[in-house]
Write a protein of this length. Structure first.
Length: 179
């Protein structure tokens, strides 16, 4: 093997093994602290009244609509998106947490394992906080302001592009946890 190839391979291996640091900048170039401030502001702002169920919004909401909805943080084994200001909520009238069933000993009662895919498609919405450029913040919301698996939340925001049919994505401007 030529020395230059050996050197290149060594550099690549060392770079791959190097510990990575959390990003210091958001995708837009804003400092991460600005994203944290934006997320905290959304979590302090009270949602609008007249919240609707997810199943009702999926039937009528269009991208750009301002909406308020309620649900519980649940719907799969990991409802919070790791490293991002996004999570899923489910309509508790359709999706059932295992912990709501007497005698159920499920270790992840928020995963909705007892519901079929059709029920989940009708009853799940994605909630996200985006920066002014429309990119999801690089900051997890899990554990902040009462946001946790199975927490009841009310969210106000705008229906995001890409929503329609079985997909409902809300760019939140207010989130309140009832837990």
């Amino acid at each position: 093997m030529k020395p230059i190839h050996l050197l290149s391979a060594t550099v690549l291996i060392l770079a791959a093994c190097k510990e990575t640091q959390p990003p210091t900048n958001a995708p837009s170039g804003e400092p991460l602290s600005a994203e944290i401030t934006l997320a905290e502001e959304v979590l302090r702002t009270p949602p609008l009244s007249h919240a609707k169920a997810i199943r009702d919004l999926k039937a009528t909401a269009k991208p750009g609509d301002e909406v308020t909805l309620t649900g519980r943080i649940m719907g799969n084994a990991k409802p919070f998106v790791e490293g991002r200001a996004a999570f899923i909520i489910a309509d508790p009238a359709i999706i059932n947490a295992c912990s709501d069933k007497p005698g159920d000993e499920c270790s992840t009662p928020w995963d909705a394992c007892c519901n079929n895919p059709e029920e989940k498609a009708k009853a799940i919405a994605t909630i996200q906080i985006v920066n002014p450029q429309g990119r999801v913040l690089k900051h997890s919301l899990e554990g902040i302001s009462g946001l946790a698996n199975l927490a009841e939340v009310t969210v106000s925001g705008k229906v995001a592009a890409g929503s329609g049919g079985d997909v409902l994505i809300i760019n939140a401007n207010a989130i309140q946890s009832a837990r």
